[in-house]
Design a protein around this ligand. Structure first.
Ligand code: GDP
Ligand code: IMO
Ligand code: MG
Length: 423
């Protein structure tokens, strides 16, 4: 069985939590895009794990893989491996694999990301982790790959070849180009390469062989649908393709192998960084959702902008991903709000739109048209099954399910594993 999980909104939908929960049924859990711009939180008992690169399936028995379409900061990866080891969780090469073709995020990518963002008059609000510049180099065929990093001679040769253009780019943005060939940084990367060498693998081969042998594979998306570099709200997007089809292309698995596509959908909407968010709440209701939901970024600590559920954006997400089912997360956060509003369409220059306009500038001008549903004041965090939800919460779930046109398979009412039930 091959299952793909993606975020249906702007990221932070609770993918990490759901992947952890489901990973018990999967032999392989694989990241297919993005890098340490992601922040995935997994809570088990009193332990909270906040990881940026290691797939969220690491706690149970699955083998976890980082695919060739990702951009890997080796320092962050080694730090995560060491942090887990300190907590008694050993991620040796039999447990974790990194594709030999994965692109390496170099210090100059991080430098360029920061410099470029500081020079923009209209900012994107990137995580400044060098993601965009690492992907630019991948497409330009100027990247350093895992298999370069683990071989000192090859790494140094490649770096020397690339250095002049990197130095020129940094200089152009007013930065200090000497960091490109900084000896201490190079030595550090050589050491990181040695450390990571035993983890190298061929992810596409591993997945296809596993599927051939009747095993189960789970592809874990990072970011969210509307941050997709092609279909998202350009320019306010990340630099990789975040939608379900991207899992096939990035992992080298044929689309005929896909069994399920699960969308992770928050019971409201959040966004970190700039870009349109038609239902954004800048009032006390938005503040309440932010505080109750703990809506502060795992990666950068920035507050997440919060808004009501946006059906036109969700409809687009179901088209882009072809969801076979949905996990609805953070339903508990909406307690003590009345009414609960759902955006059913937009008003744009006197026209009513049921689907987001393709032009980001037009989306930014869309005014939400709401339907109001009654709220509830019960605490949902201890609810164990659908039947035990208050009627208004049940009605909200059933309303969303009918309007999305995709079955809701899981409902989550808190960060812990046990705060999840099948609908
Ligand atoms: P991801 O990027 O999609 O993996 O999501 P994050 O981990 O960045 O953000 C989701 C946050 O919400 C994390 O802090 C989770 O522990 C938490 N969370 C997940 N599901 C629920 C839920 O149903 N209710 C509440 N209150 N918190 C949740
Ligand atoms: P997870 O996997 C939310 C956002 C950034 C910025 C834009 C581009 O935890 O859901 P980048 O550094 O990728 O070039 O920034 O994308 N962004 C995320 N927002 N969750 C994420 O990941 C994100 N990863 C990137 O805030 O607006
Ligand atoms: Mg996150």
């Amino acid at each position: 069985m091959f299952t793909i999980i993606t975020g249906a909104q702007f990221g932070d939908e609770g993918k990490g939590k759901v992947v952890d929960l489901m990973s018990g049924d999967y032999d392989l859990v694989v990241r297919f895009q993005g890098g340490n711009n992601a922040g995935h939180t997994v809570k088990v008992g009193e332990d909270v794990y906040k990881l940026h690169l290691i797939p969220s399936g690491f706690l149970l028995d699955s083998r976890v893989l980082i695919g060739p379409g990702t951009v890997v900061n080796p320092e962050v990866l080694v730090r995560e491996i060491d942090m887990l080891a300190e907590g008694g969780i050993e991620l040796g090469p039999e447990k974790l694999g990194i594709d030999a073709k994965a692109s390496i995020i170099m210090p100059y990518h991080i430098e360029l990301d920061g410099l470029r963002e500081s020079k923009r008059t209209e900012k994107i609000g990137t995580t400044k982790r060098g993601i965009g510049f690492a992907y630019i180099d991948k497409v330009a065929r100027d990247e350093i790959r895992m298999y370069d990093l683990v071989n000192r001679e090859r790494f140094l040769k490649r770096l020397e070849e690339l250095a002049p253009s990197k130095e020129a780019a940094i200089k152009q943005f007013g930065g200090d180009p000497s960091m490109v060939m900084d000896e201490a940084l190079i030595d550090k990367y050589v050491e990181l390469g040695k450390r990571l060498a035993p983890y190298m693998t061929d992810v596409s081969y591993e997945i296809n062989k596993a599927l051939e042998d009747g095993k189960n594979v789970l592809a874990e998306g990072a970011q969210g649908t509307h941050l997709d570099v092609i279909h998202g709200t350009q320019k306010f997007v990340t630099s990789s393709s975040t939608i379900a089809g991207s899992a096939c292309a990035n992992l080298g698995v044929g689309p005929t192998k896909v069994d399920d596509v699960l969308g992770i959908v928050k019971a409201y909407i959040t966004r970190v960084g700039e870009g349109p968010l038609p239902t954004e709440l800048t009032d006390d209701v938005g503040k309440q959702i932010q505080e109750v939901g703990g809506e502060f970024g795992t990666t950068t600590g920035r507050s997440r902008r919060c808004g009501w559920f946006d059906l036109p954006l969700l409809k687009k997400a179901t088209y882009l991903n072809g969801y076979t089912s949905v996990a609805l997360t953070k339903l508990d956060v909406l307690s003590n709000l009345d009414p609960i509003r759902v955006c059913v369409s937009y008003e744009l220059e006197g026209h009513i739109l049921g689907y987001p306009p393709e032009d980001t500038a037009e989306l930014a001008n869309c005014k939400p048209v709401y339907e109001d549903l009654p709220g509830w004041d019960n605490d949902l965090t201890g609810v164990k099954e659908f039947a035990d939800l208050p009627q208004a919460a049940k009605d909200y779930v059933l309303y969303l399910e009918a309007r999305m046109g995709v079955p809701i398979e899981y409902i989550s009412v808190g960060p812990a594993r046990e705060q999840t039930f099948k609908k």
